[in-house]
Design a protein around this ligand. Structure first.
Ligand code: GDP
Length: 261
């Protein structure tokens, strides 16, 4: 919906690389496992699938356990956070792929794919090679009993209901400037339900904007800037830990819709 050009390119790149891959690590946001799994898993048919529930330091602890046990009924799943040690993550992958597997990390934008790759590889930056003049194929890095593709596979969500966009917005997986107002409004309602915050959206942005000095001439709050900064900080966990997807049945509906697992 928001990325037509990129979607085509991403799909093409993944298709080109898919033949070389034995297993995929699908990174989801632990706050919104349904919204962040809403893409065509079909392209990974016949590949081994491992799930990482990422940013679990920003999601509700009770729901982390619920989601972990739910997804583990069918797939290997790992709760990852910024506190997770490299050895635990590497061990999870090693234990769950056949020896000598070629593995890649996939997920929607901003879900934490590069963070996961960097932790597994044990360095700080994925080199992108995006500068003009640098052409570079995919690199493979040998890790214990598997080999990791060092560039992430970017997947774009299929937004078939507005709730998916709203939840992607809440977890920072959509570009804040391009999201229409009705999605912001829906996202705020979902946040209110998860957090128990009673303030109405307008009231919230007025208060937040004033506190941050996001004012226009005449001292009125700049609502556009206030809205974008509020949602950015919310997605970074600055106002607490919340889980927005709370229905495991929906996860399986989305996964089974087009996906032969
Ligand atoms: P990518 O676009 O999927 O490759 O996502 P990145 O790896 O670039 O991560 C996006 C943002 O999420 C960055 O600001 C990371 O620092 C942050 N991030 C990634 N993993 C975690 C995590 O487990 N916890 C928290 N709090 N932030 C994370």
């Amino acid at each position: 919906m928001w990325y037509p050009g990129h979607v085509q390119k991403a799909k093409r790149q993944i298709k080109e690389n898919i033949k070389k891959i034995d297993a995929v690590i699908i990174v989801l946001d632990a706050r919104a496992p349904v919204a962040t799994v809403s893409f065509e898993l079909d392209i990974f048919k016949s590949k081994r699938k491992l799930f990482v529930l990422n940013k679990s330091d920003l999601s509700d602890e009770g729901y982390n356990e619920i989601w972990k046990s739910e997804i583990s009924k069918t797939f290997p799943v790992f709760l990852h956070s910024k506190h997770t040690k490299r050895a635990e993550l590497v061990d999870f992958v090693s234990r769950n792929v056949p020896p000598d597997s070629r593995v890649c990390v996939v997920g929607v934008p901003n879900v934490g794919k590069s963070t996961i790759i960097n932790k597994i590889v044990g360095r700080h930056k994925v080199q992108t090679g995006a500068q003009p003049g640098i052409t570079r194929g995919v690199q493979w890095v040998k890790i214990e009993n598997f080999t990791l593709m060092d560039s992430p596979g970017i997947l774009y969500a299929e937004i078939f209901v507005k709730e998916i966009s709203a939840k992607l917005l809440l977890v920072g997986c959509l570009p804040f400037e391009q999201v229409p107002d009705d999605i912001y409004e829906l996202a705020y309602e979902i946040y209110r339900e998860a957090s128990g915050d009673v303030a109405a959206l307008h009231e919230k942005l007025e208060e937040f904007g004033r506190k941050r000095g996001l004012l226009r001439k005449g001292g009125v709050v700049d609502f556009e800037r206030s809205k974008q900064l509020f949602f950015k900080e919310l997605s970074e966990g600055r106002f607490g830990r919340f889980t927005y997807d709370r229905e495991p049945e929906l996860f399986w509906k989305v996964v089974e819709r087009s996906h032969n697992i």
